[in-house]
Structure formats: C-alpha cells, structure tokens
Design a protein around this ligand. Structure first.
Ligand SMILES: [Zn+2]
Length: 703
C-alpha cells in the first residue's frame, strides 16, 4: 500500500554532549535577547495582549519546544557523558526561563495588560488563561513584593532550592542493611534469598545470618513475603527511621514554604498552590478526604476483620497488611502472575495496545524505520501517528521498553516536542516517547501490573499526541496538577475488561521470533492463543481485595500533606510535632497499629515517636507537595468518566472520539473543572469510585 508522504521528517537524536551544551547556550541567549527586544519594542501607551502577551507566548513556545528535547537525553542516552550534559543543559535553561519571570521590566508590561480589561478585551478563553498564568508566574516569584519582604522572599526561594537538593541527596544515600538468620527470613521466595548476602566471617557465618540491604525492592519483598512478624516489624521500623538528617531539613522546608506563602498574601502554602488547581482550596481538599474516609470506613473494618481471622491475632499492625494481602491473594485467589505474563509478550502487546487507541481515538499508528541518527538506541521502535483517515499527520511515538545501564529506571512518558500553533498559525508535530523497563527475557513478557503501567503511560502519550492547544504551555498532559493523572488512570480500566485483555493477549509460543534460543519451559502450541477465561476470572476476582485499607493508607499520606502545608497558623506549624503527626495519621486513618507504647502509662503522644517515614520519600518535598491528594482525587474523576460512557461499551469509538474532542484535545487550555462537568453533565461525586473500590452502595446513596 502506498502511503501519503510523511510531511514531517523523523527527528534526529545524534547530538553530542558539546552539542547539548551549545544548544542550551543558544537557547539562553535567545531568551534574554528576545525578552530585551520585547521590552524595548513597546511603549506604555500601547500595552495590549497582542503587543505584550503574544510575543511573550512565542518566546515561551520556543523554549518549551526545545527544552524537552534537551532533557530527554538525561533519561535515555546510552552515553554517560551525554546524560550528564543533558542534565546540566536542562538546568541552565530552566534557570534562564525562571529568570524571565523574575524581570521587573517584563512584569510591569504583563501586569499592566492584566490590570486593564480593555487591553485584553477581545481574546479567547485560552489566551485569557495564558495571560493569567503568566501573571501568576511573576506573582509566585515575589514580583509584587518590595523592600525587606522582597529580600526575605528571594532569600527563602534560594534557601528552599538548597534544602531540596540536600534532602534529595540524603535520599540517595546507602539505606544500610540488617542481618537476619534464615529462620528469621522464613517465607521469602528463592528469588528473595538471592538478594541477601551470606554472613562472611566468624560467628556470623556460623549462625548462618544474611545481610539484608534495606533497598526499596528488598523492603517491599520482606514486608509482603516474610512470615516472621518480628522481622517485618524490624524492617518496617528501620525503613521508617532512615535518613535522620532529613527530619530537620523537612521541618525547615515546610516552615519556609509557609512563611513565603504568607509573604505573598496567602493563608498557607496549600492555599497558594491550590488556587491554580481543580480543587481551589485546602478546605475543599480536607472535606473531600473526610468524605472518602467516612465512606470507606465500614469496608475497611470488614477487611481488618478478615485479616484478624486469617492471621489469628487481634492486632493487625502496619507491617502486616502487605504480608496478609499477598498471602490471601495466593491462597484464596490463586492468581498465577507468571502464567498470566506468558500471554503478554511485550512488543506485540504494546502494538495491540496501539490498536485499541486507533479504534477508540480514530488515529492510525504506522511503524516506521528509525535507525542511525533518528533514534537514541537500536532497541527503540518508532511509529508515525496519523488521523485515521490520513487527513493529517499528528506526530511520532517512540517506544523504548528495555532496561540498559544508565537509563531512567521507572516507566514514564517523555514528551520530546509539544505541539502548538507557530508564528505562521501552523500546528507543529508532536513527538513523544514511552520509556519503561520490562524484564528482559526472550521474548520479554509483561506481568499484568506491567500491562496496566504501560497502558497508563501510553495514555499520557496519547494526551500529548492528541493535544490541540494554541500554546505549548497547555499542550497535552500539561493540565493542572490535580487532573494530569485522570486520563491515564481512566485507561487502566481497559486492562480489567476481559474482552480487552483477550484482545491484548497472545501467548508467546505463537509469536515467531528470529532468535534460535529455546523458548521458556512450556511447550509451544499447547496453550490457547489468547488468555484463558480461568486465568482472567482469578485476576479480576482479586481486584477489590483490601482496596479500602490500601486507599486509606494513601488517604493518611494526603491528610499529612495537608497538615504540614495548611496549618491553622505559622505558630501552630512551628510547634507541630511533624513526625508524631505522620505516625498518628497513619495509625488512626488505617486502623493498623504501630509499635506498642513504651510503657502502659505512656501518653498517646509517646505512642507516635516510632519513626519519621515522611522524610524517607521525595513526595512532600519534590513533586507532590500540597498535591498528594490528587492521586486519589483523579481516581474519582477517572472512575466517573469510565462509568459515564465507557463501562458498558469500552470499545465505543463514538465515546472515544467524543472524549478525545471534549477532554484530551484541550490539554490544559480550558478550565478542567468545566470540561469534566460538561462531560458528566453534573459535578463529579464519589459514587463510581467507591463502587470500583468495592463499597456496596444503594442507588439512593449514589445520587
Ligand atoms: Zn501517570
């Protein structure tokens, strides 16, 4: 079949470390020169959206079009030198970009347009959103402050950057290890034992003890597999007491955030952050969290009761949940994840995922040859993306799934080039990449959780590919922080629909490979081609297991996040025992117990001195500060969208196209709350989400 010519050539990735440094330098120079030019080109009498904001948007577009490309190499380049150069170059550009919104001369122009309704009378909704966002960026940088407040604010901003760096460096330190005997590690699979080192000298060797590194995978394995409660407890507590120096840093960070927010005129850091998000105020977040908590409480109690029966003890501790969850999965639900994985060979499954997107969103993926300078590694696949009727070229999707040294080690969508309308009014093509790490076998097989993760990440990629905002700032996934996950969480639902799983599956023994290596244990052709119903039944039956308790654990983290970012007063935050608050919320919210009080007469306060888990993760310091609730909040939105149009017919291309046009295409260019209420025809509520979590509700309650 003859294809219409690709109107945009494949991008190139053959840039060197020097090339990246040069590109960053050019970009910084461009930013400074064009800002100078903009300031020099307008006079006070002609400050309008067209003379000020549009040119500033063009600068911003140009920056966003180039900085993501620079940043990509840090995560994917096989060359360490290029990875380092990418980080350094990105840093340089990000600082220069920040500097743009710290210029008094530029702020004076934007502020004048913002303050004068006549100056932006004829603009559309996206333009107005852009103006407000730009204005807000200046305000956030303290541009309205003067004198001592300005100085203090500037000092705090710098101090916060330093503290954050120090905090993150501490998190990167060796987590240490602990020794256990074989008996103390009972229940760990052989795979688990491979991760421990045998005690090497003297008595240690004689008692056959193993040194267990407290890395995240090992901690997770012990908490979910070790049969000895005392071992789980010790590992849990050690894990909660790591990175001691971060305790003081964390305290200083939240105090400075609070002070800086008050300097800007906000009641708290959460007020400052949330005014830009879907849920406009911390009070609404707290109300929503309480509502969710109350609705989950009865189910959580039943789950705890089940755990008491299975464990044979009355007290279920924080270090017991994962273990009994895992045990019940295996003993009562018989989910054989290894066998399920045989039905999902990585490459083919991903191509079948794209097939689902083609049908749902009316697009076409065409595998293209991307070698040499058009890729960053030979393992990477590339697809040209078109409208289904090939009326327009959309962009490129790169798929990079195999691990290799130095590569980004989680799963994510890396947007390389955003789309926007350029100065000629033409839409630029999108380039985006799925970057993940599937266990490399021959062929590589995906566990069900990996199928979900990849579908989720491709969802961010689809958001980018389908984005049609005017400005790069709002392109694709660039929505408010408490909406960004909703489209991808929505897509996870497809990975729980039997027909969709059958469609995604294809037993690896039917896959022709070019290698001569023998296939894994089972004999080819003895399995059905698609995933058997019995496997699906077990998989689906286990889905609601302990969802209330697991969700309440997330809810505890969200409540803590609000407690430190939305205190009643600055003085209250100063006197807050942050660690005790964290521990108390974790225990009280989940109903899972911490360690016993130090003495029978101990005050409740003394019960909560057992750890400082809040400083062992980056969440509250870098990425989810005053936004942790959004993990749960977007699940509610995703459940609503799923229930509204897709649940009864997941492969409805009519619903898919409506969703594409009504939500995805806008990216962040419209008020997201309006898009959602428009889609649902009402305000979202907890009903669909609670049903998904297994809460039984009468029809009355759902209204
Ligand atoms: Zn995501």
């Amino acid at each position: 079949m003859m294809n219409a010519p690709t109107t945009h050539p494949l991008p190139t990735f053959d840039i060197t470390a020097e090339g990246l440094a040069k590109e960053a330098e050019n970009l910084v120079t461009y930013l400074e020169h064009s800002a100078d030019e903009l300031v020099a080109s307008v006079t006070r009498s002609e400050l309008t959206f067209d003379t000020v904001v549009r040119p500033l948007a063009a600068i911003d577009n140009e920056l966003r079009a180039r900085v993501q490309y620079i940043a990509l190499f840090h995560g994917v380049s096989p060359c360490a030198e290029v990875r380092q150069a990418s980080s350094a170059a990105e840093n340089k550009v990000v600082h220069a970009h920040l500097g743009l919104f710290q210029r008094d001369d530029l702020f004076a122009l934007v502020d004048a347009v913002h303050a004068n309704p006549q100056a932006h009378a004829s603009v559309d909704e996206e333009d107005l959103k852009l103006l407000n966002r730009f204005h807000q960026l200046f305000i956030e940088n303290g541009m309205k402050l003067t004198g001592a407040s300005r100085e203090r604010f500037t000092w705090i901003t710098r101090r916060l950057v330093d503290l954050r760096v120090e905090f993150m460096q501490n998190l990167g330190a060796d987590p240490g290890s602990v020794c256990f005997s074989e008996g103390e590690l009972a229940g760990l699979t052989v795979e688990g034992f491979e991760l421990v080192e045998e005690g090497s000298v003297g008595a240690a060797a004689a008692t056959n003890r193993y040194r267990v590194p407290l890395t995240k995978p090992v901690v997770t394995r012990i908490l979910s597999q070790c049969r000895v409660p005392q071992t789980r407890k010790e590992v849990f507590l050690r894990n909660q007491n790591r990175y001691e120096p971060n305790v003081e840093i964390f305290r200083e960070i939240v105090l400075l955030r609070d002070e800086a927010s008050r300097l800007l005129g906000f009641e708290s850091f959460a007020h400052r952050k949330l005014q830009q998000q879907l849920v406009k105020s911390p009070d609404r977040v707290e109300k929503w969290l309480k509502e969710l908590h109350a609705a989950l409480e009865p189910l959580a109690q039943r789950e705890l009761e089940q755990l008491r029966v299975v464990s044979g003890t009355d007290a279920i501790h924080l270090w017991d949940l994962d273990f009994y969850h895992n045990r019940i999965l295996q003993e009562q639900y018989h989910v054989d994840h290894e066998r399920v994985a045989e039905d999902f060979p990585a490459r083919g499954t991903i191509e079948r995922m794209l097939g689902i997107f083609e049908e749902l969103f009316s697009v076409q993926f065409e595998k293209v040859e991307a070698s040499g300078k058009h890729t960053w590694h030979a393992d990477v696949d590339a697809f040209a993306v078109w409208e289904a009727d090939r009326s327009a070229f959309i962009g490129y999707l790169y798929v990079d799934i195999y691990p290799r040294p130095g590569k980004y080690n989680h799963a994510a969508n890396f947007n390389i080039y955003p789309a926007y309308l350029n100065s000629e009014g033409k839409r630029t093509p999108v380039v985006t990449a799925l970057v993940c790490n599937v266990s490399r076998g021959e062929p590589a097989l995906l566990r069900h959780q990996e199928v979900i993760t990849i579908f989720h990440e491709l969802g961010h990629g689809m958001h980018d590919l389908l984005g049609r905002s005017k400005y790069a700032l709002f392109h694709g996934h660039r929505t408010v922080a408490d909406f960004i996950e909703a489209p991808s969480q929505l897509l996870e639902n497809w990975c729980w629909v039997p027909d969709c799983l059958r469609r995604l599956s294809h037993h690896y023994s039917y896959t022709t490979t070019n290698t001569s290596s023998p296939p894994p244990a089972s004999t080819p052709q003895t399995h059905p081609e698609q995933i058997p119903t019995a496997l699906l039944t077990n998989l689906l039956a286990a889905k609601p297991l302990h969802q209330a308790l697991l969700t309440l654990r997330q809810l505890a983290f969200s409540t803590f996040d609000m407690a430190v970012h939305h205190p009643p007063s600055h003085a209250a935050l100063q006197s807050l025992d942050i660690s005790a608050t964290y521990n108390r919320l974790l225990e009280e919210t989940t109903g899972l117990q911490g360690p016993a009080p130090p003495s029978p007469e101990a005050s409740p306060y003394e019960n909560w001195t057992w750890g400082h888990g809040h400083v062992t993760t980056a969440h509250y310091v870098w990425s989810q500060e005053a936004n942790y609730y959004s993990y749960l909040f977007t699940r509610m939105l995703a459940a609503e969208i799923w229930a509204s149009r897709f649940q009864t017919n997941p492969m409805s291309s009519e619903a898919g196209l409506a969703y594409r046009r009504g939500i995805l295409e806008y990216g962040g260019s419209r008020e997201e709350w309006g898009l959602i209420t428009g889609w649902l025809g009402r305000e979202p509520n907890l009903g669909a989400y609670l049903r998904e979590l297994g809460v039984e509700m009468g029809e009355e309650e759902l209204r």
